[in-house]
Design a binder for this molecule. Structure first.
Ligand SMILES: [Fe+2]
Ligand SMILES: [Fe+2]
Length: 467
């Protein structure tokens, strides 16, 4: 572990001079990008941040007040555990590999670039949120998520520089050139081009879009390509906090909205709260974009990745007995002649859909918890997940119109549903009107409940951001 180096790392950069030089020449470009596109207005403030200083399961991070541009973005891989074998696909029990298999070079590069591009994308999307943060606690969490997405970019850029030569270096430069929502050079995936300009969007994003990240990283954390596996394992450690921020953020909104619904006799906005049906619309919006991120329901690419031992299933080792992926089929409804018809798909080709199902199950358990909070307030309202075929822009169902029961409908019916189920301009304006910056330590904006406790054992009224 070299923590004092220009680039903190545990990949022995000092013994690879060319790589070190290449990364050191990318570093100032990254900092320049961060200053231009990172959180606006807070670069010179001291913030209570955790920084990765080790890869030990317990005690891997150090907490202290730092200015964001001084954050020590580093390259950390979890240690190799014993003698590892590929755990699935056609290469079961072959030794894991430390170099990129030639025939998968392009596919793997695309996968790493696609993952890497999401990281700066989300920082760009969230760059103005500090200005309307509901508390210093939340503001600090936002910045924590932002610096760690920056580190995830470093993790992917390391892989590109280390294993993909000139192509990889060019890709790393391009990561700092694209811009979220920019018409000429947008981020690669659409979820990362959608604006996040209020905190309800931020919580929905960290809950549902970062959660896609969790599932993608988890399948790559099974990879037979060791550097990718070990990178993703460590990213997952950080990712858990992002999901916490989203999940608890929505819980706190839901609790406050339910309280104010009860107190106002059904009009929470009259008391400065967000109506629960608007919370539902925001959930619908972000979940449907997150569903797109899993890729095509039927995918030969996914089958190839699994066969090559590059990308496994969620909990591949714990959950499955057969790791060949050759047993059985998965039924996926497809549109044929204007009707939805079941198609039996070989398991390997249904990998994306299996992962999407895992994601849905995981998300459902959060919805159940939030509904309990609403019920405890005595309010008659239930949140739900949108149907996985509703409002899709990628995969088998893109280009068709589905209602929220997953049935085909007409374009006109769909337009009506969109108006009813997704945030309208008026809904967004209402949410925005409630966004006020609260900077008194321990105080919360009126539309959200306080969290159960502070960060890292610190009191809730600690000055998490020194303004
Ligand atoms: Fe990330
Ligand atoms: Fe994240």
């Amino acid at each position: 572990m070299s923590l004092q180096d220009t680039i903190p790392n545990n990949v022995d950069l000092n013994h690879d001079r060319r790589l070190k030089k290449a990364l050191e020449s990318w570093q100032p470009k990254f900092i320049e990008w961060w200053k231009e596109m990172g959180p606006e207005g807070f670069q010179e403030k001291d913030i209570y941040l955790r920084t990765a200083v080790s890869v030990d399961k317990d005690g891997w991070a150090d907490y202290k007040q730092v200015k964001m541009p001084d954050y020590r973005w580093g390259i950390f891989l979890t240690p190799e555990e014993g003698n590892r074998k590929v755990g699935f696909g056609d290469m079961i029990d072959v030794d894991t590999f430390d170099e990129v298999p030639g025939e998968f070079r392009n596919a793997l590069r695309r996968l790493i670039v696609t993952q890497g591009d999401t990281e700066p994308g989300s920082v760009e999307q969230q760059r103005l949120l500090g200005q309307c943060a509901p508390s210093l606690y939340d503001m600090r969490n936002l910045f924590q998520v932002n610096v760690e997405e920056g580190r995830h970019l470093w993790a992917m850029v390391y892989l590109l520089h280390r294993f993909f030569g000139k192509d990889g270096r060019d890709e790393a430069d391009d990561m700092l050139e694209r811009r979220s929502g920019n018409a000429d050079k947008p981020r690669i995936l659409e979820a990362f081009n959608q604006p996040i300009d209020d905190w309800l969007s931020f919580y929905c994003f960290t809950m549902f879009v970062d959660r896609d990240g969790k599932f993608q990283l988890a399948t790559l954390a099974e990879s037979g390509f060791s550097p990718l596996r070990r990178s993703c394992r460590f990213m997952l450690t950080e990712e858990a906090h992002h999901l916490f921020v989203g999940d608890r953020g929505i819980s706190r909104v839901v609790k406050r909205s339910a309280e104010l619904t009860r107190e106002s006799g059904g009009d929470p906005y009259s008391l400065g709260g967000i109506p629960l049906n608007i919370v539902q619309k925001y959930i619908n919006y972000w979940v449907t974009y997150a569903m797109d991120l899993f890729g095509g329901e039927i995918s030969s690419n996914a089958a190839d990745f699994f066969a090559a031992g590059l990308k496994g299933r969620y909990n591949e080792q714990r959950k499955y007995k057969d790791h060949s992926g050759n047993e059985g089929e998965f039924e996926i409804p497809v549109v044929q002649g204007g009707k939805l018809m079941p198609r039996a798909v070989p398991i390997r080709n249904a990998m994306n859909e299996l992962l999407r199902e895992e994601y849905i199950a995981d998300s459902r358990s959060a919805i159940r918890r939030w509904n309990k909070i609403i019920a405890e307030e005595g309010v008659d309202f239930e949140l739900s997940l949108p149907h996985k075929r509703f409002h899709r822009h990628q995969g088998e169902y893109a280009g068709h119109f589905f209602n929220n029961e997953g049935e085909l409908c007409t374009e006109e019916e769909h337009a009506v549903l969109t108006e009813a189920l997704l945030p309208t301009e008026a809904d967004r304006a209402l949410v925005k009107s409630l966004m006020v910056q609260v900077t008194e330590p321990g105080q919360m904006a009126n539309w959200i409940s306080p969290p159960a406790k502070g960060i890292n054992g610190m009191p809730l009224d600690y000055e998490y951001v020194k303004l």
